[in-house]
Design a protein around this ligand. Structure first.
Ligand code: TXA
Ligand code: MG
Length: 346
């Protein structure tokens, strides 16, 4: 059990505390930090022990590589083999921001980061506190989401404490994550760019900048754990609440009917994820946001997934009223959280 230090940084001008965290990282300690997507668990890429400890603290499978966070295009390019046109276009259009680019690495990338792959996943975050922490550390920082492996990614300081208190050296207490879902991951290793993980930078936004982009088949369906996949992360169960979550594609009337029938038939204790201004009598529920505000739904999804476990029910239903598009970030994550269980009521 580690004595985890809590350091409050709400403002990027809080130089003293930013330096404190940077010093921890320089010295190979692990610090959970805010980013605009989700909180990350940062470690210095040049410190082998720090990187090993990230895997230990999270209980992360050791073949799942880490995203490297840098403070500038120069710091990124120092780790990348081929500086292609596509790379430059993506960097210019979307950095700093929630886009992770997978490209060929060069020899400056320690083996412990690439884990046998010849590629690196890299991004410049937009969160000012984290950017200043990287600048003051003076080294690229590997940072997976700061949750225990398999649990929903943390979007608040409280989520990080719940998962990692006593397992890491320091947790930065800061604002909730702005986006709420992890970065978009795009691979430009081959001639044709491939979308490996949907996020706030959408396929359409990428298309505007680099043209045609294909979607990794594993986004579209569940990956079997024994098949080789391009992005190792897609084969693990992710974002799963402990409670069984089932999605129900239905309009409000059909959904009410479905609930009535289910309550009549089943002894299971039932809970709901509901939208603002949708009420179902006496059924324990967590409200996620307005049904037509996808930004808000995305921002609240992971805290909602953590909250449904506190309802103390056997199964939670969530109504979806439009076609589920797997390469749309919100639907991709909620679909994975449900273990791809969808009931269609038409
Ligand atoms: O928004 C984010 O990306 C957050 C914040 C902290 O930056 N980080 C994050 O990291 O979500 P993590 O480790 O939870 O997810 C990293 C994903 C995994 O699915 C991993 O398999 C993939 O990126 N990845 C990392 N390196 C890769 C590589 N060389 N090739 C393909 N996929 C890679
Ligand atoms: Mg993660």
């Amino acid at each position: 059990m580690i004595n985890t230090k809590i350091i409050e940084i709400y403002d990027e001008n809080d130089k003293d505390n930013i330096l404190k965290v940077a010093n921890y990282l320089k010295n190979g300690k692990l610090c959970a930090v805010p980013t605009e997507t989700v909180y990350g668990l940062a470690g210095n890429i040049y410190c082998k022990e720090a990187i090993e400890n990230i895997y230990k603290a999270k209980g992360r499978p050791c073949d799942n590589p880490l995203i490297v966070h840098v403070d500038s295009i120069d710091m990124a390019n120092n780790l990348i083999k081929n500086k292609t046109d596509i790379l430059a276009k993506l960097q210019k259009a979307f950095w700093p921001g929630p886009l992770t680019i997978v490209c060929e690495k060069n020899d400056n990338v320690p083996f412990i980061i690439s884990r046998g792959l010849n590629t690196i996943a890299i991004r410049i975050p937009r969160n000012k506190v984290f950017l200043d922490i990287i600048k003051n550390t003076g080294a690229p920082l590997a940072a997976p989401s700061a949750n225990l492996s398999g649990l929903p990614s943390p979007t608040s300081f409280k989520h990080v404490v719940d998962d990692l208190d006593g397992r890491v050296d320091c947790i930065v207490k800061s604002l909730n994550s702005d986006v709420g879902l992890e970065s978009t991951v795009v691979s430009i290793v081959d001639d044709k760019p491939v979308l490996l993980r949907p996020g706030a930078i959408t396929k359409e936004m990428l298309y505007e900048v680099i043209g045609e982009i294909t979607i990794d088949e594993h986004i579209l369906k569940k990956a079997d754990s024994d098949i080789k996949v391009i992005s190792p992360g897609v084969k693990y169960k992710h974002y799963a609440p402990k409670t069984n979550l089932i999605l129900v594609k239905a309009n409000k009337t059909k959904f009410a009917l479905f609930l009535k029938n289910t309550l009549n038939k089943s002894d299971d204790k039932i809970g709901l994820i509901t939208y603002l201004n949708e009420y179902y009598n006496d059924i324990p529920s967590v409200t996620i946001g307005s049904i037509d505000d996808e930004k808000e739904l995305s921002k609240n999804l992971f805290s909602t997934l953590r909250d449904i476990d506190k309802l103390n029910v056997d199964v939670v239903f969530c109504r979806l009223n439009k076609d589920i598009c797997n390469y749309d970030a919100f639907y991709n994550r909620i679909l994975r959280a449900s273990g791809f269980e969808v009931i269609v009521c038409e």
